[in-house]
Write a protein that binds this ligand. Structure first.
Ligand SMILES: C=Cc1c2[nH]c(c1C)Cc1[nH]c(c(CCC(=O)O)c1C)Cc1[nH]c(c(C)c1CCC(=O)O)Cc1[nH]c(c(C)c1C=C)C2
Ligand code: 5AD
Ligand code: SF4
Length: 449
């Protein structure tokens, strides 16, 4: 397939636009960020809350997330106190009482924390907010540390969604990526979650792990078919050893690349579709009865830093180290180092913002087009409000892509074809003014496939 060689180059994942490497130099002021949130909340007091819980007991060598490895659980208490202190700083600055629509505990490993500590965290948040009737609360679970008590504690506080890190089911692959997890751990977590009333279970799975081959993907997808989680995040392994030195633990020669990696993806996708999962766009599959599939069909899909969601993008307040907040016209990111984060919040009593970006009007339009492509597979600009300069360059490049058969063009419209779905990131690239003004060094983004 020649398309692979043409499109398999470093491309941003577009979890944000502009992407983080192109954010402004200056650090945004706390007051500016608070007024951006307040402005947004004047129209809609709903809030999406993300809490980053960075600790893990053991390093999975492929991991590209912001995490801290330790077996010392005395870190739990000061960290939770810092998160609650950070939330209180927000509450002081907000003009309205938030109505909590989404709550997501990400990591690192939220289940590193004891159930009691997580209960304390959630209670400390819920006491200051109203909860939206159609709220969606979820957390990331490591199968080897998720107990019945964790699931029970969070279910009692309104959690109905759980995302389980699987990566691969083959014990040999798990050994190579230094991951302690058994099939029994996963089955137990899934069964307990279902028994406790969780309605949406997600599995994170990765293709392209070191030494992973067709048999591993088939084996893994067959296990998925048996357990039937509502959603699958099927990620391509991102090799970024300059950010995640743990990835130097294995030889690059063992990484499936190019056509081999593509075939792993294609096999996984075909088997998932055969089992009734729908491809809803970049990396994500879901069963037709799941909210995500329904939102996809009715055009209500939204995408944020954590993947796809169904909400109409309320403001995201992000707590914890390295978290990213988003008011649609502004992003901020928190200090990444645990100790510095805690010092700023607990001692200096201010928000730990270390970078951010205020979007210009044209950046907001580009962001809208990228979201449309990622969430609906098409975008349009007949309306004056959707026009921006970036489209002039984009249209030229899209016309070329149309001849490759990955998208169709019509006046004021571009639509990605099924054959183009794996190249969604490439279809967004022509819109990225920052990228074309200043092309990055090779060590910024991971490859498309
Ligand atoms: C739980 C771990 C997380 C994963 N992604 C994120 C978290 C917290 C959120 C995230 N992902 C990226 C950014 C940077 C934002 C941007 O530039 O727009 C954030 C905040 C993008 C990203 N993700 C990975 C890499 C290498 C990059 C940057 C470069 C690029 O755009 O390619 C690796 C990676 N991390 C996660 C996944 C699923 C993943 C790759 C598939 C989890
Ligand atoms: C949160 C999820 O992110 C995925 N994840 C973490 N690191 C990487 C990487 N380097 N490449 C691809 N996916 C990754 C895992 O599947 C994890 O469960
Ligand atoms: S994959 Fe999960 S458990 Fe493993 S190091 Fe990364 S955050 Fe921790």
């Amino acid at each position: 397939m020649p398309l692979i060689s043409k499109y398999n180059r470093p491309v941003p994942r577009y979890t944000s636009y502009p992407t983080v490497p192109y954010w402004q130099e200056q650090i945004p002021e706390q007051e500016r960020w608070l007024s951006a949130i307040n402005r947004r909340m004047e129209e809609n007091e709903e809030v999406s809350l993300y809490v980053h819980l960075p600790f893990c007991e053991k390093l999975c060598t492929y991991c590209g997330c912001n995490k801290r490895i330790t077996k010392n659980h005395s870190v739990e208490h000061p960290y939770i106190e810092a998160v609650l202190a950070e939330f209180r700083i927000y509450l002081r600055g907000l003009k309205r009482r938030p109505r909590l629509k989404e709550l997501h505990l990400g990591g690192g490993t939220p289940t590193f924390f004891s159930p009691a500590m997580l209960g304390h965290l959630i209670d400390g948040i819920l006491e200051h907010v109203d909860v939206a009737e159609d709220h969606s609360f979820g957390f990331e679970a490591h199968p080897n540390s998720t107990t019945f008590e964790h699931l029970e504690t969070l279910a009692a506080r309104g959690f109905r969604r759980i995302s389980i890190g699987i990566q691969d089911f083959n014990p040999e692959i798990l050994r190579i990526i230094n991951r302690d997890q058994s099939e029994e751990d996963v089955t137990r977590t899934v069964n307990d979650a279902r028994a406790l009333g969780y309605t949406s279970i997600n599995f994170d799975v990765i293709y392209g792990l070191p030494t992973q081959d067709q048999r591993d993907i088939i084996y893994t997808v067959n296990k998925i078919r048996e357990m039937r989680p509502e959603r699958i995040a099927f990620y391509g392994y991102a090799h970024v050893p300059w950010v995640s030195p743990g990835q130097r633990a294995y030889s690059e020669k063992d990484l499936p690349q190019g056509r081999d990696k593509w075939n792993l993806y294609a096999t996984g996708r075909d088997l998932l579709e055969e089992a009734g999962y729908q491809d809803i766009g970049l990396d994500h599959f879901s069963l037709p009865e799941d909210e995500l599939s329904k939102a996809h069909q009715s055009g209500r899909l939204h995408r944020n830093f954590m993947g796809y969601t169904t909400a109409d993008s309320p403001v995201t307040i992000a707590l914890g180290c390295s978290s990213i907040g988003d008011s649609w016209d502004m992003y901020v990111q928190n200090e990444k180092k645990v100790e510095t984060y805690q010092q700023i919040v607990l001692v200096e009593d201010r928000l730990p913002i270390i970078k951010g970006h205020e979007l210009t009007e044209s950046e907001q339009k580009v962001r809208r087009h990228i979201l449309n492509l990622m969430c609906q597979g098409y975008t349009e600009w007949k309306a004056e409000t959707m026009r921006c300069e970036a489209l002039e360059r984009a249209v030229l490049q899209w016309n070329d892509m149309a001849t490759d058969g990955i998208l169709v063009r019509s006046p004021y419209r571009v639509e990605v074809l099924p054959a183009g779905k794996p190249f969604l990131r490439n279809v967004c690239l022509p819109l990225d003014d920052h990228y074309w003004n200043r092309q990055p060094q090779n060590t910024t983004f991971s490859k498309a496939i």
